[in-house]
Write a protein that binds this ligand. Structure first.
Ligand SMILES: C[S@@+](CC[C@H](N)C(=O)[O-])C[C@H]1O[C@@H](n2cnc3c(N)ncnc32)[C@H](O)[C@@H]1O
Length: 250
């Protein structure tokens, strides 16, 4: 399977996804409805920093960072997502470079360009997570920061769709590499699920220093906007894994 299926899937659901996603342009949300940059301060001061958003979707996070003075580039493989991004960028009157590209092979980007790479819920879709880590490492400057969030491998085990709190069950093996989802579009998506060790060892192998790993719990004041009923599940199981890694000199 194919990366084409993933691309087709995102092209088909781009509009519907963005209607649900409803991100603000004031803050970065690393997890749905909570774990925000203003509280976690993972990126530090972004003013004048060269920032790449890997798997930017409609580029809301890049827009937020551009508003705070970052010099942003968004990369995504879905042209439909990038079309929405283009409109939002125009509406928000910021300047962001958009690149159509595959995170596992960013040939169009030179080495050592960016101070910061961020990626929010995009690395879950990789066929070759290590390949994507290698590319993030390559395009970052030395001492560059890589911050990403992904669905938590434990949460992935529950199957993610239509969870029922009273009937939570493990939907597959943690050790299984390939997980198949047949989404609303009818497209058969085979996604390579990562174990926690795949993520940590993958980062270490390409040369990153892991500075922090977070498994946040929703804050009491928060509601999860389009995931009613999930709040109680997220009280028990981490939905999201957030990681900050540094490209240290070799
Ligand atoms: C869940 S969306 C997240 C979008 C955005 N980061 C957000 O927070 O809303 C995942 C995005 O990753 C993109 N994507 C998936 N696999 C990719 C790949 N190999 N290369 C580039 N983009 C990819 C999809 O097109 C989609 O826009």
């Amino acid at each position: 399977m194919s990366k084409n299926n993933i691309k087709e899937h995102w092209n088909l659901i781009a509009l519907e996804y963005q209607k649900k996603r409803k991100l603000s342009f004031d803050d970065i949300e690393y997890a749905l409805g909570y774990a925000r940059e203003s509280e976690l301060n993972l990126l530090g001061d972004v003013e004048e920093k060269r920032i790449v958003e890997l798997g930017c979707g409609a580029a809301e996070n890049s827009i937020t960072l551009a508003k705070k003075g970052g010099i942003c580039t968004g990369v995504d493989m879905s042209l439909e997502q990038l079309k929405i991004a283009k409109n939002l960028i125009k509406e928000n009157r910021v300047k962001i470079e958009l690149i159509e590209g595959d995170l596992e092979n960013l040939v169009m980007i030179d080495d050592d360009i960016f101070d910061i790479a961020i990626s929010i819920f995009a690395l879950d879709w990789m066929q070759d997570l290590n390949g994507a880590f290698k590319e993030a490492y390559r395009i970052l400057k030395t001492n560059g920061i890589f911050v990403f969030s992904m669905q938590h491998p434990i949460y992935n085990l529950l199957g993610a769709e239509d969870l029922d709190l009273k009937e939570l069950k493990i939907s597959g093996s943690y050790f299984e590499k390939e997980v198949t989802f047949v989404e609303s579009t009818g497209i058969d998506l085979r996604v390579h699920a990562s174990k926690i060790s795949d993520i940590i060892n993958g980062l270490i192998r390409v040369g990153f220093n892991i500075e922090t790993i977070l498994e946040p719990k929703p804050l009491e004041r928060d509601v999860i906007p389009h995931e009613e009923g999930y709040q109680e599940i997220f009280e028990m199981i981490p939905s999201t894994l957030i990681c900050k890694a540094l490209k240290v000199p070799k």
